[in-house]
Design a protein around this ligand. Structure first.
Ligand SMILES: CC(C)(COP(=O)(O)OP(=O)(O)OC[C@H]1O[C@@H](n2cnc3c(N)ncnc32)[C@H](O)[C@@H]1OP(=O)(O)O)[C@@H](O)C(=O)NCCC(=O)NCCSC(=O)/C=C/c1ccc(O)cc1
Length: 546
């Protein structure tokens, strides 16, 4: 076999392998993510803060995290939660969020999340899909969950649960239940490459390998144990969850948790806690560049690295960022909910790797597949990125068809991203093939909005596509074919959708078209439409200015 040391490409298989040597993954079948993480705890870490609340400064040490995780497992058990039950958490970030994740997993239950911005209908869809036995939510969000639900799962307020846990500490024996690496640890939502949002089945094995891999890569950097991370990313999505539950806990560093993102709160926290590593999504980089002068009052000298992911970051923004903040390394990484966290990272590569999303992480293999022939391609040639490895999801929950479309018999996951890999093994994203809009790095599934719009009596055909936007990356735009003599206007369409979806999914632009271009099999030709809609919209803008 001819494997290039530089690129990791094997000319006989057509596969790329990671350039990292692979950390040994635990082989014992009986292992959960929490028990794995706590088994690795060094005595030095026990008194060290694992998480700090940015606003109040309250913290939770590694020792407390371990004992409270055990307490949560006992409390959930006493509430009747058993192995395999789903526990849904609907909440924004808060100090004890990771504790809940670990507590739910320790009882053998399945952790599931929802964006607190979701509407009642969106939450209902998720509840019907995964049938949780228990919902944990906040006082503010409760009303969205307890009205109009059919057979109601048990609902507990997080404020009350946390209050009783923290103010009546009890010493429980170590909770004992057999959890296998192949048991389900979490159900997280993603729309994948096509269709509506689906529940991704993540096994303990997936998260354990993610932890091993992040630890292996991050520990290669100096002073990883002393790093201070700032968590401004939502923990209810995989990017945040994987970094701050699998990654930072594995290297036993400290994470400062911000409940709600604002640029100012982020800067205050960086200065106050001397944050060294800052994982972000592109809109935050854009804001940092835009408000460069406003940033001057803050001491950001502690920041070594800004890690950006979740959506593509434009070259212009990267260059501007590097000019404004020369002391900070801006790196990109890449992952999907389906890969249970990042599968490329820039660590280990020196120099300017800005435009790349980094190299494959340990144990991850890739293939660049020619979209027409299906054949694997060598370095510098562009095709769809396929990935394989121990952190790749088991599949979509109770959806064997979607699973078989996403993962082939050899275990390759189709990412829906058009990429190439260079001679050094660095991966570059060129375009997106999948039907997906990324608004502020949140996933918006066109199919979901199209279904809502088609129910409008004055709409005969519709396609929802991404429209470029500097601040948000992309915004959802509806291309509408009106029915008969309808005179429906843009505002009507925007407000028709607005109250049915979370704010980040709103339609923010509309173009009226004569027809929706389709392939012979009836599939919407989105690429074609995107180009057409862009020009139509730009022409409209020009004529309105004249
Ligand atoms: C911090 C952001 C960048 C900006 O926040 P924001 O400006 O406050 O807006 P929100 O996102 O909170 O809210 C969206 C909209 O809802 C509005 N909103 C807000 N709260 C309200 C309210 N209570 N009432 C009504 N309106 C409201 C809010 O104003 C806003 O509207 P608009 O101003 O018109 O844009 C926020 O969008 C954000 O956290 N985005 C990141 C999303 C994210 O984590 N994405 C990753 C998904 S997981 C995945 O796909 C990939 C996994 C992955 C794995 C590994 C990797 O390496 C990489 C990736």
């Amino acid at each position: 076999m001819e494997v290039s040391v530089e690129s990791g490409f094997c000319s006989s298989t057509g596969n790329y392998s990671s350039k990292w040597n692979s950390p040994v993954l635990p082989q014992t079948p009986h292992l959960s993510l929490p028990s794995f993480l706590f088994s690795q705890l060094s005595p030095d870490a026990l008194l060290k803060p694992a998480f700090i609340d940015a606003k109040s400064g309250k913290s939770i040490s590694y020792g407390e995290l371990r004992s409270l995780t055990n307490t949560v497992a006992h409390v959930l058990h006493s509430l009747g939660i058993k192995k395999g039950d789903v526990v849904l958490v609907v909440a924004p970030n808060f100090l004890h969020y990771p504790l809940l994740v670990l507590g739910v997993m320790s009882v053998g239950a399945i952790f599931s999340t929802a964006n607190p911005l979701h509407t009642r209908l969106e939450l209902q869809y998720q509840i019907q899909d995964t049938n949780p036995k228990l919902i944990l939510t906040t006082q503010t969000l409760k009303s969205k969950l307890d009205e109009g639900m059919g057979s109601r799962p048990l609902l507990i307020l997080l404020e009350e649960l946390m209050d009783s846990l923290l103010h009546n500490p009890q010493h429980y024996p170590t909770f004992n239940v057999i959890i296998n690496q192949d048991d389900i640890a979490a159900l997280m939502y993603s729309s994948g490459t096509t269709g509506k949002s689906k529940s991704v089945v993540c096994l303990h094995r997936n998260f354990i390998s993610m932890s091993c891999s992040l630890r292996h890569v991050w520990e290669a950097e100096d002073g990883a144990f002393n790093d201070i991370y700032l968590c401004v990313l939502p923990l209810f999505h995989m990017f945040g969850l994987s970094l701050f539950v699998c990654g930072t806990l594995a290297i036993q560093s400290t994470t400062v948790v911000l409940n709600k993102y604002s640029l100012e709160d982020m800067l205050v926290s960086v200065e106050k806690y001397k944050v060294t590593r800052l994982p972000v999504v592109p809109p935050m980089v854009v804001q940092l560049v835009r408000l460069q002068d406003g940033v001057k009052g803050y001491d950001l000298s502690s920041v070594k690295e800004v890690m950006c992911s979740g959506a593509p970051l434009g070259r212009v923004h990267m260059e501007r960022f590097s000019k404004c903040y020369p002391q900070m390394r801006l790196s990109q990484c890449y992952g999907l909910t389906e890969t249970c966290g990042p599968i490329t990272l820039c660590n280990g590569f020196s120099g300017m790797v800005h435009e790349s999303i980094g190299g494959l992480t340990p144990h991850i293999e890739a293939k660049i597949v020619d979209v027409r022939t299906g054949k694997p391609l060598p370095p510098l040639e562009c095709g769809e990125l396929y990935v394989r490895g121990p952190s790749v999801m088991k599949g979509y929950f109770k959806d064997p068809i979607a699973t078989s479309l996403a993962i082939d018999k050899e275990g390759w996951l189709q990412t829906g991203d058009l990429c190439f890999i260079d001679m050094l093994g660095l991966v570059y994203i060129v375009d997106r093939i999948k039907e997906l809009i990324k608004y502020k790095a949140y996933q918006v599934a066109p199919a979901e909005l199209e279904e809502i719009l088609l129910a409008h009596p004055e709409i005969s055909e519709v396609a929802v596509i991404p429209y470029p936007d500097e601040g948000a990356g992309e915004i959802p735009m509806a291309c509408i074919v009106k029915k008969g003599i309808s005179e429906i206007e843009e505002e009507c369409i925007i407000s028709f959708v607005a109250n049915k979806v979370a704010p980040y999914k709103k339609i923010r632009k509309v173009v009226f078209v004569d027809s929706i271009p389709r392939s012979a099999s009836g599939k919407i030709l989105r690429r074609h439409l995107k180009a057409k809609a862009l020009t139509t919209h730009q022409q409209l803008q020009i004529s309105s200015k004249l």
